[in-house]
Design a protein around this ligand. Structure first.
Ligand code: OGA
Ligand code: NI
Length: 359
């Protein structure tokens, strides 16, 4: 165990993986959570809930299977989260991006710092959402990629080592984009839109970014969090993790429910933009990640969002269905992002700000 001084010497670009490598028992002060924020024991009821998180078949959804579409509608309403199987992405593609990321994160921190996080374009390696020097830090390393539109990519922030990583990101994200388009087709249908392309057209040119999270082991997982509670600003987020370590927990019924991964499935969640478009019918659920004493975990979150210029507001089809006025204000998606990006992730406070009080 290091001295207190040493324990507190952490700067914004530190690598948690390096801290663990140097001294597996050390948890610097900056990572210690207050009692109420800590990852509490998973109680039985959460585990019971865990097996109820809906698992949907994407090929059935895309074929317009009525029962499956009903399940999708219910999943977005009651959980804001679901897993999809039969999504069409091969195990080989999943495995190659996983291997690339595992190798990248294991590089010495000096090597990883060659791709420093750029907060204006939201890409690169380092700590995202750092707003104050006394903020409690997450027990994870991460790198962000801006995938679409491609002219916003900063190729110099895409790691050159291992050489296969960049290409794997490219291939995987192109596949995920196809999955997203299929899901928007199904969602357009259950949201009562006339055309299958309804939601897709409304969002104009899709923005896609990917955050790759590496959660090293932690000697006291109950004292830290892998990722602070937050909701995603996206329309939908597609999360992939291809081992069976449980890490993601979602808010449900006032508790934290762990998502038990179905092998090779994708975890989908409703983001703030879809919550607004659906006038709150679908919920952008708060979630967080916890760490483990024995297993590292890598996750790939792909955030699919509307073009920054698109003004998002509850769609008329939903308002007709609900027979009630819009409870969210109209906002340009880019402005929504700007207001939330400067703030530390804190639960669902952001989308709540856009609930209109005028009606
Ligand atoms: C995210 C996220 C969860 C996880 O990257 O936004 O919620 O399990 N990740 O890594
Ligand atoms: Ni998230």
């Amino acid at each position: 165990m290091g001295s207190i001084d040493e324990a507190n010497r952490v700067d914004g670009s530190d690598s948690v993986l390096d801290i663990v490598k140097k001294d597996p028992s050390l948890i610097p002060q900056k990572y210690l959570r207050s009692e109420e924020e800590r990852a509490k024991d998973i109680v039985d009821i959460s585990l019971k809930y865990s097996s109820q998180i809906p698992v949907l078949d994407l090929s059935l959804l895309s074929n317009g299977d009525k029962l499956e579409l009903e399940k999708l509608d219910k999943a977005c309403e009651e959980w804001g989260f679901f897993q999809v199987i039969n999504h069409g992405i091969t195990e080989e593609v999943l495995q190659s991006i996983h291997n690339g990321a595992a190798e990248f994160f294991k590089l010495p921190v000096e090597e990883k710092r060659k791709y420093p996080y750029d907060p204006t374009t939201l890409q690169g390696y380092g700590i995202h959402y750092t707003v104050s020097s006394d903020q409690v830090l997450d027990w994870s390393d991460s790198i962000m990629f801006r995938v679409c539109p491609s002219h916003l990519r900063k190729p110099e922030l895409w790691p050159a080592t291992p050489p296969s990583f960049k290409e794997a990101v490219e291939i995987y994200s192109a596949e995920v984009k196809k999955v997203a388009k299929k899901l928007f087709g199904s969602l357009s249908f259950v949201m009562g839109m006339e055309k299958e392309e309804g939601l897709l057209e409304l969002q104009k040119e899709l923005q896609i970014s990917m955050r790759v999270n590496y959660y090293p082991t932690c000697s006291s997982p109950d004292k830290v969090l892998g990722l602070s509670p937050h909701s995603d600003p996206s329309s939908i987020t597609i999360l992939m993790q291809n081992n069976d370590t449980i890490g993601l927990q979602i808010r449900h019924d006032g508790g934290w429910v762990p998502v038990k991964p179905v092998p090779n499935s994708l975890i989908i969640n409703v983001g703030d933009a879809l919550e607004i478009l659906s006038n709150g019918k679908y919920k952008s659920i708060e979630h967080r990640a916890v760490t483990s004493e024995t297993s590292t975990r890598i996750s790939f979150g792909t955030f699919v969002s509307p073009d920054n210029e698109v003004e998002i507001e509850p769609i008329k089809e939903i308002l007709n269905m609900q027979q009630k006025p819009a409870t969210y204000k109209k906002i340009k998606y880019g402005d929504y992002l700007t207001t939330i990006m400067g703030k530390k992730m804190h639960g669902k406070a952001h989308v709540e700000d856009y609930k209109s009080r005028a009606h």
